[in-house]
Design a protein around this ligand. Structure first.
Ligand code: PLP
Length: 404
């Protein structure tokens, strides 16, 4: 069960005010707030442990290394990976996808080969592949969605061609909230001998993810979306891929030996982790995952679903309000527009009431264009949000609608 009073007390920012009004933070799909213990962990790391990892024989260096590697094991367990060597730390989802795009295309793609994505991808799962297009000549193929915002699986399969090299899909759309059937997508892909990358930026914090059960080849997410720090991300990849792919960046940590003539590379995952890692951030991520696990993702998901259902009903009853994304399987994101009110005005006026929502194209311009609009207002809920906050949002929208 979600104990809201206890949980909200763990997030100091939730009790602050903006413009003299209590903060109603409904921008969780952009970033989540941090529990006190996660912030304290970072402070503790800097005050009592700080020392560079992997290279030192001295006490602090070993302690920092232990913390960093313990975080890797925490991530491994959280997503059910077979081994910690399948967990690469990055700066975020975006860097994780750039890493795969660069290394995978270098190793396996030729001009004219295709990467299959969907119409509902975040720019982070579009642009890295396009950049590779300029280097290795790969092209994007795109699977369409229906008007409810659901991926058309049979159309996805039809777009697999002899030139397809990888399928890269978002688990949950950051605009529509659609939960894609990633297990089924992996099954289809593997039937065609293709690897799958899952962008879990919007799912890792809402629903249990088990990479071995999903049998996905790659999975990526950002720490800051699961109550952890900014600047840290994860790339999970099956060992086979990490062994076969070339390094992404060069430098310290990722080498076995260097001479001016030849460099040999470290074992995985270190081969993909050039330079000093953010060991303060990774150890805080480990703590954030423990925090979420202690509450339980099943309970979190159940509660957030109730919030979603309540918000959907409440918002639908507002005159002239249209919701974008009505998939049968949906997570706690509501994108909407109210007739005659620009999303930017709506966002600005809600802000003045202390209600933080996001407006615009949400880094998914092709999807927004597919919807025939140029932006939405997006309210996105986390397990620390309340039904009263949903009411505040609805009342705020109603007041703004009256003003227009
Ligand atoms: N993919 C999806 C679906 C997202 O929602 C986001 C961020 O909103 C990203 C990728 C990029 O995440 P980051 O900016 O943390 O790298």
């Amino acid at each position: 069960m979600i104990d809201l009073t206890k949980i909200r007390a763990d997030f100091p920012i939730l009790s602050r005010e903006v413009y003299g009004k209590p903060l109603t933070y409904l921008d969780n799909a952009a970033t989540t707030q941090k529990p006190r213990r996660v912030v304290e962990k970072m402070e503790e790391m800097y005050y009592t442990v700080n020392s560079n990892v992997h290279r030192g024989v001295h006490f602090l260096s070993q302690k920092a290394t232990d913390e960093h590697e313990a975080a890797r094991i925490a991530v491994q367990r959280f997503i059910g990976a077979a081994s910690p060597s399948e967990i690469v730390f990055t700066r975020g989802t975006t860097e994780s996808i750039n890493l795969v795009a660069s290394s995978f295309c270098k190793a396996f793609c030729r001009p004219g080969d295709e990467i299959l994505i969907t119409e509902m991808e975040h720019h982070a799962n579009i642009v890295p592949w396009q950049l590779q297009g300029n280097i290795s000549g790969v092209k994007l193929a795109v699977a369409p969605i229906n008007d409810q915002g659901e991926l058309l699986l049979d159309e996805l399969e039809k777009r697999i061609s002899p030139r397809t090299k990888l399928i890269s899909v978002t688990h949950i759309s950051n605009v529509l909230g659609t939960i894609n059937p990633v297990g089924e997508i992996v099954r289809i892909a593997h039937k065609h001998g293709l690897p799958v990358l899952i962008d879990a930026a919007q799912s890792i914090q809402h629903i249990p993810v088990d990479v071995q059960q999903l049998d996905c080849d790659f999975l990526v997410f950002s720490a800051h979306k699961i109550y952890g720090p900014t600047g840290v991300g994860v790339l999970y990849a099956k060992e086979q891929w990490l062994n076969e792919m070339p390094p992404y960046q060069g430098g310290g940590e990722m080498i076995a030996s260097v001479s001016f003539e030849k460099t040999t590379f470290n074992e995985i995952p270190f081969k993909f982790e050039a330079g000093t890692p953010d060991f303060v951030g990774t150890s805080a991520l480990g703590l954030a995952l423990d925090y979420v696990s202690a509450i339980g993702l099943e309970d979190i998901g159940r509660y957030e679903h109730l919030l979603l259902e309540y918000a959907t009903e409440r918002l639908k009853s507002i005159n002239g309000l249209r919701i974008f994304g009505n998939a049968a399987a949906k997570s706690s994101v509501v994108s909407f527009l109210v007739d005659g009110i620009h999303y930017y005005d709506m966002g600005m006026l809600l802000d003045k009431m202390g209600i933080a929502v996001r407006t615009g194209h949400h880094c998914a311009e092709p999807l927004i264009r597919r919807l025939g609009i140029d932006g939405t207002v997006r309210a996105s809920f986390a397990f620390y949000n309340t039904f009263e906050e949903v009411d505040l949002l609805a009342q705020g929208i109603e007041r703004i609608a009256e003003m227009f």
